[in-house]
Design a protein around this ligand. Sequence first.
Ligand code: ADE
Ligand code: ZN
Length: 334
Amino acid sequence: RIDETWIRRLPKAETHVHLEGNFELIDLLDLAKEAGEPLPGPAATLFDVTTHDASDGTGDLADFLRFLDWECGLIRTPEQAARHAYSFAARQTASGIGYTDAVINPTHWAAWSGRVPALFDALAAGLDEAEQDGLAEVQLCYSLLRQQSAGEAGEVVEWLATARPRRVVALSIDGDERSAGRVSARFAEAFTAAKDAGLRRTVHAGESSGPEGVWDAIRLLHAERIDHGVRAVEDPELLRYLAETQIPLGVCPRSNVVLGLYDDWSDHPLVALRDAGVNVTINTDDPAPLGTTLEADWAVCAETFGLTEDDLIGFARASIAASFAGDATKRALE
Ligand code: ADE
Ligand code: ZN
């Protein structure tokens, strides 16, 4: 088994990880206490909540997203938001991740409804402080939720384009595509406006949607990167297209296994995608509730798929190249 310390030391980036998926148990206990909130779930223990696992039939993506709502709903003050961003940067740094594109979807953060700019100010302040303390750089991808309307998406992009909130480099979209339906067309205008405003574009697709979701992300939303995208493996024409264009897929094997997309790591298409010439990176998605770290997941991939140290060096290089880091950051990492 490849040593996790060796993996931590590899210069790398993470391109698919959510700020919503970074609440440690200890932080949640503190936040729930500060908020005067009971712990959720019938057994009312955090252990039950965070060991939530679709593979035993107890939960799926929809339940998982509701859990993220609960966690993020505990963040009510700018100080808490800044502290959360700071510990996110600390956690990334501890995994040897020199640069992160972090997804943040304000619809999960109920206490900030109607005052999203204040949330972004607080997150940027926490990330600034982290960098001043020598922790790794984190930039933000503002994520729409699949269930939002075209009007809401338009307002978000107008705000991003005019206010230019610090650290936001991209527009993203995430959430459950099964309950939303095939709705990418609804967001086409917003993604075009984001492109015109110089924002990068990343789209969750090919997880709770099939290959058609990935095609829509490319054709309708001009995605520069796909988050997940694993179900592209079911469409040979799409595989050829992805190999030709080298649009990166931010793959998250553990998330897919825990949330029930594949029964086991050995069923996961990571290597099939790579062997088809697709540009893939390995990411955690939501490491804290999934109980993992990036280095642990890379080690499991290496063991499951027989990856060598050279393979992992290749994945590390691919992660830096696929990131939305600035040129100076990329050069420093390469
Ligand atoms: N938000 C956080 N994790 C997600 C996932 N795996 N799919 C869609 N939206 C998400
Ligand atoms: Zn995700």
